[in-house]
Write a protein that binds this ligand. Sequence first.
Ligand code: 13P
Length: 263
Amino acid sequence: MSNTAPKLLVMGNWKMNPPTIGSAKELMLDIRKGIGRHKSEVEVVVAPPTVYLPEMERITPSQRILLGAQDVHSEKSGPHTGEVSLSMLESVGVSHIIIGHSERRAAGETDLEIYKNVQTVLKGKAVAVVCVGETHRDAHGNYFGVVEAQLRAALRDVKPMWLKYLTIAYEPVWAIGTGETATPEDAHEMRLFIQKILMDRFGRSALKKVRILYGGSVKPQNAEALLQEGEVDGFLIGGASLKAKDFTEIVKIGERYVKNNPS
Ligand code: 13P
């Protein structure tokens, strides 16, 4: 991450929730109240369903909560029924785009589509939050190969000058929505592995620019250990981002962590 960027990123992925615009507004207003307006070393991003974005932009005017999207189409416009482009998302206030979430990969999204989306978002100078993660773990460590292949495919042709817009989210699929979390040691080991790939590909300076998040059953109860021992740069949060209290508590845990660990 660049030197001026906040130290941590906490991003909520609401997925296909909550069920109505009314309940989405209520959730966002509760999060807004919980987060407050003070300057912070924790960047907060919420990615609601696309259809709620204009209203979410209207009720989060302060820039304290930034808006994310859960997906994007790589083309600028054209015959792509049901899709949205980067410029459409940006026009309703979106700055961060989740790319290659495992739920989309499971629904058929390919490495090629993910590659194209990464290109579109980074060229457009929006933040690409690229998700990688294995479906299961085996005794032979093959999951490292899975993550490496996903990363290399997504980052092909990425230029070093774009790295400040790149964030990687390590989300082991077996930990998503299951209540089972990677241990802080697992998260740390994968962070080092991802850093090694970034270093091979872009050189050592990449490590300062690219954030590595963890996602998969993050909760107020495990967030501190994942920061402290996992040394991750923040979180991508599903279930707990739908509970304003839990989500804001995780942001506060991040703020305390930064305060107690000045670099
Ligand atoms: P959970 O936090 O519900 O496990 O979801 C993680 C996730 O998929 C965020 O993108």
